[in-house]
Ligand binder design. Structure first.
Ligand code: T3D
Length: 262
């Protein structure tokens, strides 16, 4: 009974579809609230072992709904800091701290916070016709939702700066060539391939995957000596997990492993 998103769970995969196609799935406060609820379910339901995020219609997400920011919407000087603090930052934290892999299937244009949200996901697939636009500079803002953190890490400073300052469209193909996303896929194949990947990940050792995600996310801020310690701690923890025992037993018995996710 969501109004601005679709949310379903099948084969241990939660599919969250941003669903305001007439405005390219841009974010209203209602959509923020519904996405928050869906992410809470995804976090708390241990049967869900992968999240797939996508958009309905011809766009993935055009960031903030600017109609809500127009002077005609009432508040001539909205506090964007408050909006970022209450909505966009918690959303990025929810995605990055989710102890399950998050795949983003970018079905069309990803602009403003829409681009940043996609880059905060763990694996980004994009339709060949999709594109990424750092639209913020064109309305006097900065890339938010982790954009200034993820962009230079994915692309290096020269490309990140030019994209953010110029606000030019980056095609999905170039995004793949530049290493900003994992894969660019023919439009019709995007969802079947994304779903197949999500269903595969949902059969894998979820706890182990979550620790890989965490270690890699943290690695940019940590010195090597600390990262080595964190790897050791993760190995110690995972060495006691059922999935590790199952992985080794299956390898030795030359049979497929059946992971439970813990
Ligand atoms: O405010 C805060 O809370 C702070 C946080 C801010 C985070 C941000 O995301 S700031 C950046 C906001 N986003 C943008 O600046 C992008 C605005 N959109 C565009 O530049 C273009 O729409 C696109 C480049 C994304 C796509 O262009 P195009 O030509 O393919 O489509 P279009 O015709 O511009 O858009 C189609 C419809 O979607 C259109 O409505 P209409 O004319 O058919 O009734 C358009 O107005 C609507 N739409 C697109 N983006 C937004 C939007 N409506 C509201 N807000 C949008 N962001």
């Amino acid at each position: 009974n969501f109004k601005t998103i679709e949310y379903s769970v099948k084969n241990n995969v939660a599919i969250l579809t941003l669903n305001r196609p007439d405005s390219l799935n841009s974010f209203t406060s209602e959509m923020h609230s519904e996405v928050k609820q869906a992410l809470k379910i995804t976090r708390e339901d241990s049967d869900i072992r992968c999240l797939l995020l996508t958009g309905a219609g011809r766009g993935f997400c055009a960031g903030q709904d600017l109609n809500d920011r127009s002077v005609n919407a009432g508040d001539a000087t909205p506090d964007l800091g408050e909006s970022v603090e209450n909505n966009y930052n918690p959303l990025i934290r929810a995605i990055t701290s989710l102890e399950k892999p998050v795949i983003c299937a970018v079905n069309g244009v990803a602009a403003g916070a829409g681009a940043s949200i996609s880059l905060a996901c763990d694996i980004v697939l994009a339709a060949r016709s999709a594109s990424f636009i750092q639209a913020f500079s064109k309305i006097g803002l900065v890339p938010d939702s982790g954009g200034t953190w993820n962009l230079p890490r994915a692309l290096g400073l020269p490309r990140a700066k030019a994209l953010a300052l110029l606000g030019e469209k980056l095609s999905a193909e170039k995004a793949e060539q530049w290493g900003m996303i994992w894969q660019c896929i023919d439009d019709d194949d995007l969802m079947p391939k994304a779903l197949k990947m999500a269903e595969h990940l949902a059969t894998q050792p979820t706890k182990g995957l979550s620790r890989i995600k965490k270690l890699l996310n943290e690695s940019f801020s940590n010195p090597l000596h600390l990262q080595l310690e964190l790897e050791k701690d993760a190995m110690r923890e995972l060495g006691k997990s059922n999935d590790y025992q199952e992985g080794v037993a299956a390898f030795i018995a030359k049979r497929p492993a059946k992971f439970q996710g813990h």
